[in-house]
Ligand binder design. Structure first.
Ligand code: PGA
Length: 252
């Protein structure tokens, strides 16, 4: 079963407008012409339109918002709707990143609503899950991620779920320089695929792209992406440097 290979950059709250455009341009210019990798740039909201414009002739590079609000529109000062995000050219939305869960108190319940509005508008959610270190130490990581998936995603019908991209990001590996070993990543990705299979059947499970995130760099991407159930990466720090990000894209 061929699954979509994906390398998504998560710029987080980095790079001003000029720097963002410069990075997107540098990546686009050096993209291999015949790549079967879907590349996604998760830019700050204020850069989305400009980056989408830079990338308009590069069909294998898409743009993602890093969040959106669960309501269609209304009195939510400072927030962004899916409609807004879509109207400037984004086709993906990163949802439930552990930083949003931790600092902005996003619950699985709210995330389930966000997943719904994103799908309704025809955009693709990149749904993040992953455990903190204490949970891994207690060997409860599979159970922890299972709850995130059950509460955030498993209300979907199979047809809707098959549009989801999952990013497994162990919190202890994000921005720490500590990467999950290829074996740890594979173990969790396999467990996630099994959970999907139980809920939606093998066909859906085998088609779902599951990305690994957490200190992915040029030096470890090849081994991580070489794992049977790892279909790419969600890359933070290393997505801010064009040569590193391009090398990661070239790691399949
Ligand atoms: P990192 O971030 O690659 O800097 O660890 C990954 C992420 O948070 O998506």
């Amino acid at each position: 079963m061929k699954r979509k290979k994906i390398v998504a950059g998560n710029w987080k709250m980095n790079l001003n407008y000029k720097e963002g455009i410069k990075l997107a341009t540098a990546i686009a210019k050096k993209m291999p012409a015949q790549s079967d990798v879907q590349v996604i740039l998760g830019t700050p909201a204020i850069h989305l339109k400009a980056v989408a414009d830079v990338l308009q002739h590069f069909s294998q590079i898409a743009v993602a918002a890093q969040n959106c609000h669960q309501a269609e529109k209304g009195a939510y000062t400072g927030e962004l709707s899916v409609d807004m995000v879509q109207s400037v050219g984004a086709s993906y939305v990163i949802l439930g990143h552990s930083e949003r869960r931790a600092y902005f108190k996003e619950s699985n319940e709210v995330l389930a609503q966000k997943v719904d509005v994103v799908l309704e508008k025809g955009l693709t959610p990149i749904f993040c899950c992953g455990e903190p270190l204490e949970i891994r130490k207690k060997k409860k990581h599979v159970k922890f991620v299972k709850k995130q998936l059950q509460e955030g995603l498993f209300h979907l019908k199979a047809k809707e779920f098959s549009k989801i991209v999952i990013a497994y990001e162990p919190i202890w590996a994000i921005g720490t320089g500590v990467t999950a070993s290829p074996e740890q990543a594979q173990e969790m990705h396999k467990s996630i695929r099994k959970l999907i299979a139980k809920q939606y059947g093998d066909k859906v499970a085998n088609k779902t792209s599951i990305l690994y995130g957490g200190s992915v760099k040029p030096a470890n991407a090849k081994e991580l992406f070489g794992q049977k159930d790892v279909d790419g990466g969600l890359v933070g720090g290393a997505s801010l440097k064009a040569p590193d990000f391009l090398q990661i894209i070239g790691s399949f």
